[in-house]
Design a protein around this ligand. Structure first.
Ligand SMILES: [Fe+2]
Ligand SMILES: [Fe+2]
Length: 154
């Protein structure tokens, strides 16, 4: 798989987890905690992989450096909201409200990546490079708490 396939597979998995969390109720505290842990670990690992393997390839080029600067800011915003939700009780109304807010921020960020950053990257990186970076991502994922099911093969 090349880097885009790996990242998009995880984007879709993240959508699924948000959908499943949206179906839970305040009475399902344990399930909400488990799903949130999977969501958080997955997003944190995903962002680390992008920031260490993918974005550096694009920072060097003036055509993409601004897009990448914004993406780093969005990752920081996602991290901050994850930290705030981690400190909230799952049975309070605020919990699903903050999850819904996080979902909007994550989905907007994913749209930026898939609609703007990936096409720009395809212009810069040839397919051999995209596959090589994909291999490096797979290796890095082994070192991170990448959630089961996120790759479809674990
Ligand atoms: Fe990202
Ligand atoms: Fe991403």
């Amino acid at each position: 798989m090349d880097l885009y396939q790996i990242l998009m597979q995880h984007h879709r998995r993240t959508d699924q987890i948000f959908f499943i969390i949206g179906k839970t109720t305040a009475a399902e505290a344990r399930r909400r905690e488990q799903l949130f842990t999977e969501l958080r670990r997955g997003l944190e690992a995903h962002n680390i992989v992008e920031e260490n393997i993918f974005y550096p390839e694009l920072e060097r080029c003036s055509a993409t450096s601004e897009l990448v600067g914004d993406a780093f800011d969005e990752h920081a915003e996602i991290d901050a909201i994850l930290q705030e939700i981690a400190e909230l009780p799952t049975d309070k109304d605020e919990w699903p409200e903050r999850i819904a807010e996080l979902k909007v921020v994550v989905q907007e960020h994913v749209r930026q990546e898939e609609d703007r950053i990936f096409p720009a990257a395809r212009n810069l990186l040839d397919s051999a490079r995209a596959k090589e970076l994909g291999r490096r991502m797979e290796a890095m994922k082994q070192q991170l708490p990448w959630p089961a099911g996120a790759t479809g093969s674990q």
